[in-house]
Structure formats: structure tokens, C-alpha cells
Design a protein around this ligand. Structure first.
Ligand code: ADP
Ligand code: MG
Length: 267
């Protein structure tokens, strides 16, 4: 029995093993290799940031983990089971918000709960709770075009959290925001994901964003994307505005930049 328990704990929540992804490109003989031999284990509650130059396959990797597309070869597992389709235990936040323009903010956040079989009143109650968690009270009845980019991204985060997923997949969620809003949202996400004990895979181009948020930073090489380096970020959680002033924060950001500079100059 003890042995079984120990073994169950050995299974990482997410496992990517020897994974390769090729695309067939129209009008071309050869396939385009987007990802090559990717190996990554993520444990429950861990915040992993993927950092890499444009086109190295970060979005492709996230989309395979979401179940939107399949790997060409290798294993992609959630709690030991192959990921073959999207599931509400893994939700996604995209850079362009992806809110439904014809729905109010409240209905957008409540949308994913329908599949859980909740009645309308209950869906709205849960949605209100998550809107309050991302500090968006009072705008439930508005439509996406009536609120700012920062608020839209807060709403998108509330929508991703509402179905209570195990894993949150975030693809450059703050890429379109102004720098000040971005910093505030980083702090919110750090706080919320820590409090809610979510496992997060987060894609960014920003080294400082990566160091601020991550337990582990996975640096990918230019196409075909491979894991090049892994950095463990030994900063106390939850991270706050004070974190950015710490020596460890500044030093690690510089170290990563120095190591990436040559590759990003050529990518
Ligand atoms: P990143 O998110 O790191 O910028 P992507 O995952 O979007 O990179 O893309 C990785 C590579 O795969 C790029 O060269 C891109 O053009 C290619 N790619 C992505 N999706 C497709 C597709 N559906 N068909 C063909 N090529 C694709
Ligand atoms: Mg991308």
C-alpha cells in the first residue's frame, strides 16, 4: 500500500516525454519541425514559465497540452493519461482575450460552467465570485468592447478559473497590455494562482515577467524548439512588488538575458 502511494506521487501532473511536432506545409515537400524531443515534467501547484524567441513553438506546445492539437510523436500526459482532446481541467488564457463580443462579462465568465451542468443562477453566482477575485466587481453587465484591455484580460482570467481547472495554460496573456497594467496583473496572477494552488504553464517573451512569476523557467531554443536551459527561481511566494527589488531577482534576470542575447540576436 505504502509503495502504491509513493508511486502515485511519482506521477507528475503533466508529463511531456520525447515529444516532437511536425507541420505539413501546403505546397512544400518537407515538413516543418516546430518542436523536437521536448521533455518536461510539471508537478501539481508548480508555476512554469516558457521563455523563447518567436517561432520556437511555445504556442504549439501549449496548444498540445490544452488538447487542441496532437503531437507527432512522444508522450503528453495529464495525471498519467494521454491528452487527446480539450478538457475543462485545463483552461487557456490567450493574448487577445478571446471573450465572446456578444455576451456580457458575466455571461463570458459563466460560459464554461454550462458544461458542468450548473443552473443559470448558480453559474452567475460562481462567475461573480471569480470576477471579484480578479477585482472586476460592478462591470458584470458590460460587453467586452466597453472595457479596457486590462479589464478584458482580468475577465479572461476569471473565465479560465471559474471551471476550477487543475492546470492553467497562459499564452502571452499580458503581451498586449501597457507596462503598468502588465506589472499589476503579474502581481494579481502571482497572488491568485498561489492562493488557489493552480498549476500554471505561462508563455512570455519578457525575462522579468518570467523571473517574477516562475518556480521554474524553461528556456527554449530557436526552431525547432527544444528545451535549452532550465532555471529554478528561489524567491519566496507569493511574490509582491518588493520581490522586484531583491538581489536574487535582479541577478537572475541579468544572468538569463546574458545567456539568451546571442540566440535572440540571430532568431
Ligand atoms: P511561438 O509561439 O513560439 O512564437 P508557434 O508555436 O506559434 O511559435 O510556431 C512554431 C512554428 O510552427 C512556427 O514556425 C510557425 O510558423 C509554425 N506553425 C505553427 N502552427 C502551424 C500550423 N498550423 N501549420 C504550419 N505551421 C505552423
Ligand atoms: Mg506564440
Amino acid at each position: 500500500m505504502e509503495e502504491l502511494t509513493a508511486r502515485a506521487q511519482d506521477v507528475p501532473q503533466l508529463r511531456v516525454a520525447g515529444m516532437t511536432k511536425d507541420f505539413v506545409v501546403r505546397g512544400e515537400e518537407t515538413r516543418l519541425r516546430a518542436l523536437q524531443d521536448v521533455n518536461l515534467d510539471v508537478r501539481s501547484g508548480e508555476f512554469v514559465v516558457l521563455l523563447g524567441p518567436s517561432g520556437c513553438g511555445k504556442s504549439t506546445l501549449l496548444s498540445i497540452l490544452a488538447g487542441f492539437q496532437q503531437a507527432t510523436s512522444g508522450a503528453v500526459l495529464h495525471d498519467g493519461a494521454p491528452i487527446v482532446a480539450p478538457d475543462r481541467s485545463r483552461t487557456v488564457v490567450f493574448q487577445d482575450y478571446a471573450l465572446f463580443p456578444w455576451m456580457t462579462i458575466l455571461d463570458n465568465v459563466a460560459f464554461g460552467l454550462k458544461a458542468k451542468g450548473m443552473a443559470r443562477e448558480e453559474r452567475h453566482e460562481v462567475a461573480r465570485r471569480y470576477l471579484s477575485l480578479v477585482k472586476l466587481e460592478g462591470i458584470e453587465a458590460r460587453y467586452p468592447h466597453e472595457i479596457s484591455g486590462g479589464m478584458k484580460q482580468r475577465a479572461a482570467i476569471a473565465r479560465a478559473l471559474a471551471p476550477e481547472p487543475d492546470i492553467l495554460l497562459m499564452d502571452e496573456p499580458f503581451g498586449a497590455l501597457d507596462p503598468q497594467t502588465r506589472v499589476l496583473l503579474q502581481e494579481e496572477v502571482a497572488k491568485i494562482t498561489h492562493a488557489e494552488k493552480k498549476t500554471v504553464l505561462f508563455v512570455t517573451h519578457s525575462i522579468e515577467e518570467a523571473v517574477f512569476l516562475a518556480d521554474r523557467i524553461v528556456v527554449m531554443s530557436a526552431r525547432p524548439g527544444r528545451i535549452r536551459d532550465v532555471y529554478c527561481v528561489d524567491l519566496e511566494k507569493p511574490r509582491t512588488a518588493e520581490t522586484r527589488k531583491l538581489d536574487t531577482f535582479v541577478r537572475l534576470s541579468e544572468e538569463i538575458w546574458e545567456s539568451l542575447r546571442p540566440e535572440w540576436q540571430t532568431a
